[in-house]
Design a protein. Sequence first.
Length: 184
Amino acid sequence: MAAQTKSTDERTLRWVLRGTVAVLLLGVAAYLIKGANTTSRPKVESNGATTSRVKGFQQIGFTVRSAEGVTSRHCGLLALTVAQQDQGLMNRTNLGGYDGMLFQFVAPTTVEFYMKDTLIPLSIAWFGSNGRYLSATDMPPCTVVNCPLYGAAGPYTVALEVPEGQLGHVGIGPGSTLTVGGSC
């Protein structure tokens, strides 16, 4: 009787072990399949899609031509309406994988930016109506009532905010140009 109980216990243990391994393998397979269908950052594509992973904003492609003539394509969030521009990146801890947020204006403006309730340190660059770089600055987060204002060196039609220190990584600096348009 003791030998039969030991044999039954061993069989039970083997089945439990096999079941555990099977469940673990299914979990890993599901993770790999799901991971293969998502990206950590948007990619520039030519399919015309405009939906964004950040609620309240569309995504848009933009092209940067550096002063050295190097052209690169990027994907950003678009703040086109006054409400979107007022919201900007407030209360966000990241850009959701996007290269930056573009603020596009229909006519040249001198509107200043502030960092009220913005948790991410940002760098901002301003571009004239011809797409040419005007100026840039870094903007630390601000959680007080009277936040400093940041303005461009002259009238601009597009401003681009990126995580602090990342302007050079997207090719932006003196002599660069920015073209907004296309899909991500």
